[in-house]
Design a protein around this ligand. Structure first.
Ligand code: 26V
Length: 820
């Protein structure tokens, strides 16, 4: 980059202003006076992107020269959230850009609001991938994120008459300034057809003759580190019909067949699937998984051959992390590429494969474990089925040897489940093909070893690890909560805490400092006022910033037990109705989250929340002390308004069901107190912040298991719990449904007669703990002390710590600093 290019790289206010006007003119064909807010956003985005590209190119050069070992993070989801603010922060030019904007007469906040976020994920798993990309770049680790460039991300949620309505997410409509198409970077991916054997140099080899070939094209998004010059790469694949395929059909006169093939190919990267809906023969989903796994591996092989000319050291150059089983097919695909395309023998190919992959499990829910029928798998990927069978045959021989003739165990461990219509167990494929397997919180990793992968742990105990999840303080403190960020920087003397969150421990002495309490209160109140304004404008509800903000936002699922929260609200309502002058701490309950489109019970829970809100918010006897809000379309952008304003974070899943949770971390590091069960990362959060600064409640996982085993009869609990009975009766009475007694019947009956997530078993413990929350809220000094100590002690939950754990314990990779 020469002197004259400073307009594209310079970080001074004048250079930024000049660059912005330049981009507005030359890239958008507009000038200041007529620019719409969206034009302004685009010009700002290009101005920032230029500065990122400079870093990105230099980083690529440095990595190439160093021949460094590289992490490839394979994930079907990356839930990045808006880029602009994050990139301004990571470049260190947020303030100077704000000033530049002001001098140009621009409304800076309005420009940031323009961005449509790439919602290429469902929830925790996809957001975790995004946090990890941020930390990898910040820690200067050579890394590539590989995934799918869905044309439609997670649906937008509207609430109509209290019900969730899904609207397609057309995030690319107005263009995406953050990506660079790489039209020359494309790979073929085969589907269907059959295989043949042939002789090659005296060896039998296999040829796969497909009936569809799809082309994956790369779209690259640079990912900046914070306060460093490194910028890593997120490479997403988009599916297209290869041109040659069109011509073939054309020559035989089958024009419509050619068009059909084109549509079929492009369908593959069309839309993100909900990950929390039981998968029923979703052919397209398997196609997506194979499509992106194959493109990504072909890309790595290209890089390896370009650098070393041989595939021998592939596993030294690359470590491939499988984010859940969605990319697990990569294990079989790497074998195919090495054997069929690069003419390797089975043993050396398996040696490379086994030493390349590591696998993270993200759920224990049995209905969530991915399997594919052999019939579908074989029809779509005939060559891969052969390879899976061969991996399995050799694996089961080992098992047989190790557990001499334990046939039951062999059946349990097989990659093929013979019991349920012959299905391929993707978690087993991932486990057999990986040198390391990990869960996402201490408790979860223990459960992985003792339940779903127990047999594998018996065989290979040394391969099992824990890496507790973390979240990035860049997005979830600096971008979301600039007031808190400023305060923390003041207290620490500098902003070093952003890269080393353990430094927040220096806040501890301030937990009893009266002056500091005043700063803390002012910060929190300002954030709550912002949220109240936002809710008034966006949702049309009025809430009082003086009340306790009690927040539960996450995907709507029975195991997460939003309905337990609702039962608490209804009980408070009944208490106030029975005793109107009762002294209760005024609360605002905020809910948010999407339900999988086909998950009827989750959708009914949303309707219940909105129905309860409608009644309570309109009841003048209580609505000065109780308010309920459902915030529509919970996504990263909207979430950023919530974390800073929350006083209480609801983490009330049934013990043993939430693998980790990461929302729990985002709230606590913004000073919310947690009411939570002993589940997932709650256990470790409580350990860090101290039992006295955490509202624990509920049965343990073992206690619940015992209750189940003894024969759980939820309806009996109601007999002795008057308030619980009464809350359920009130729902059933039609009070919240304009007299309709049928509407919520499925929900009430499910709780009374099944209650699979043991809501009723924990109801009383939950209510008691909530009463203590209300008492604690009455003592602001005590509350603030707890809040400050939570923030001071959340260092462990920075994703930088998680990534360091992965680097040291699993990946064996080291930083490669890039220089400008
Ligand atoms: C899938 C399914 C499919 C069947 C119906 C129920 C159900 C529920 C959840 C899922 C999602 C499985 C993968 C996942 O998103 N796990 C989440 O990963 C986060 C990051 O590690 C973690 O914090 C969450 O606790 C975990 O649920």
């Amino acid at each position: 980059v020469g002197e004259s290019d400073h307009i594209r790289t310079g970080l001074s206010k004048e250079q930024l202003k000049q660059a912005y006007i330049d981009n507005l003119f030359y890239l958008l064909g507009r000038f200041l006076e007529v620019a719409t807010p969206h034009d302004s956003y685009m010009a700002a985005a290009y101005t920032v992107r230029d500065r990122m590209l400079d870093r990105w190119i230099k980083t690529a050069r440095t990595y190439k020269a160093s021949q460094a070992r590289t992490v490839c993070y394979l994930s079907a989801e990356f839930l990045l959230g808006p880029h602009l603010a994050k990139n301004l922060i990571n470049l260190g030019i947020m303030e100077v850009s704000r000033e530049a904007g002001a001098e140009l007469g621009l409304d800076f906040e309005a420009i940031l609001e323009q961005e449509e976020e790439p919602g290429l994920g469902n929830g925790g798993l996809g957001r975790l991938a995004a946090c990890y990309l941020d930390s990898l770049a910040t820690l200067q680790i050579p890394a590539i994120g590989y995934g799918i460039r869905y044309e439609f991300g997670i649906f937008d949620q509207l609430i109509e008459d209290g019900w969730q309505v899904e609207k397609s997410d057309v995030w690319l409509r107005d263009g995406n300034p953050w990506e660079l198409p790489r039209p020359k970077l494309r790979f073929p991916v085969r589907f269907g057809g059959h295989t043949e054997t042939f002789q090659d140099d005296g060896r039998v080899r296999v040829r796969w003759i497909p009936d569809l070939v799809v082309e994956g094209r790369a779209y690259d998004t640079p990912i900046l580190g914070y306060g460093v010059s490194n910028a890593n790469l997120l490479r997403l694949w988009s599916a297209h019909a290869p041109e040659s395929f069109d011509f073939q059909a054309f020559n035989t006169g089958d024009y419509y067949g050619a068009v059909h093939a084109k549509v079929e190919a492009e369908t593959i990267s069309k839309v993100l699937y909900p990950n929390d809906e039981p998968q029923a023969g979703k052919e397209l989903r398997l196609k997506q998984q194979y499509f992106f796994a194959s493109c990504s591996l072909q890309d790595m092989i290209r890089l390896q051959l370009g650098a070393a000319g041989t595939l021998e050291g592939f596993h030294e150059k690359f470590v491939v992390q499988l984010n859940d089983t969605h990319p697990a097919i990569a294990v079989a695909e790497l074998m195919r590429l090495l054997i069929d395309e690069h003419r390797m023998d089975w043993e050396p190919a398996w040696e490379i494969t086994r030493r390349t992959f590591a696998f993270t499990n993200h759920t224990l829910l049995p209905e969530a474990l991915e399997t594919w029928t052999v019939a579908l798998f074989g029809r779509l990927l005939p060559r891969l089925l052969e390879i899976v069978y061969e991996i399995n045959r050799r694996f089961l021989d080992k098992v047989r040897m190790h557990f001499l003739g334990d046939e039951a165990r062999i059946a349990r461990m097989s990659l093929i489940d013979e019991g349920h219509g012959r299905r391929i167990r993707m978690a087993h494929l991932a486990t057999v093909g990986s040198f390391a397997i990990n869960g996402v919180a201490e408790m979860h990793s223990e459960l992985v070893k003792s339940t779903i992968l127990k047999d594998f742990h018996d065989l290979w105990p040394e391969r099992f690890h824990n890496v507790t999840n973390g979240v990035t303080p860049r997005r979830f403190i600096i971008v979301s909560n600039p007031r808190l960020a400023r305060l923390l920087t003041e207290c620490c003397g500098d902003d070093g805490w952003v890269r080393d969150m353990d430094r927040l421990r220096s806040l501890e002495p301030l937990a009893d400092d009266v002056g500091f309490h005043e700063d803390w209160r002012r910060m929190k109140t300002a954030a709550k006022r912002d949220l109240a304004d936002w809710l008034r404008r966006r949702v049309g509800v009025n809430v009082d910033p003086e009340t306790l903000f009690d927040v539960q936002v996450k995907r709507i699922h029975e195991y997460k037990r939003q309905h337990l929260n609702v039962l608490h609200i209804i009980t408070l309502y009944e208490r106030l109705k029975a005793e109107p002058n009762r002294d209760v701490a005024p609360r605002t309950f905020v809910f948010g989250g999407k339900a999988a489109p086909g998950y009827l019970m989750a959708k009914l829970i949303i309707k219940l929340i909105n129905s309860v809100a409608e009644v309570i918010n309109q009841d003048p006897q209580v609505n000065d002390r109780l308010r309920v809000v459902f915030m529509p379309d919970f996504n990263v952008k909207n979430a950023q308004h919530l974390y800073p304003a929350a006083d209480l974070s609801e983490q009330i899943s049934m013990a043993g069901k939430e693998a980790s949770g990461t929302g729990n971390m985002k709230f606590a590091m913004n000073g919310a107190l947690t009411i939570g069960t002993l589940d997932g990362a709650n256990v470790e959060i409580r350990e860090e912040v101290g039992d006295e600064n955490f509202f624990l409640f509920g049965h343990t996982a073992e206690q619940l298991q015992r209750l189940q085993a003894e024969g759980y009869r939820p309806w009996e609990i109601c007999n002795d719990r008057f308030e619980l009975r009464s809350a359920l009766d009130l729902i059933a009475s039609g009070l919240f449904s304009h007299g309709d007694k049928e509407l919520f019947r499925p929900l009430v009956e499910n709780l009374l007669y099944q209650d699979p997530f043991m809501v009723l078993a924990d109801y009383e413990l939950y209510l008691d703990r909530q009463t203590e929350v209300s008492h604690a809220w009455r003592d602001p000094k005590h509350w603030n002390r707890m809040s400050i100590l939570n923030v001071a002690r959340m260092g462990k939950f920075s994703s930088d710590r998680s990534i360091r754990d992965y680097c040291e314990r699993i990946w064996r990779v080291r930083p490669v600093p890039a220089e400008l």
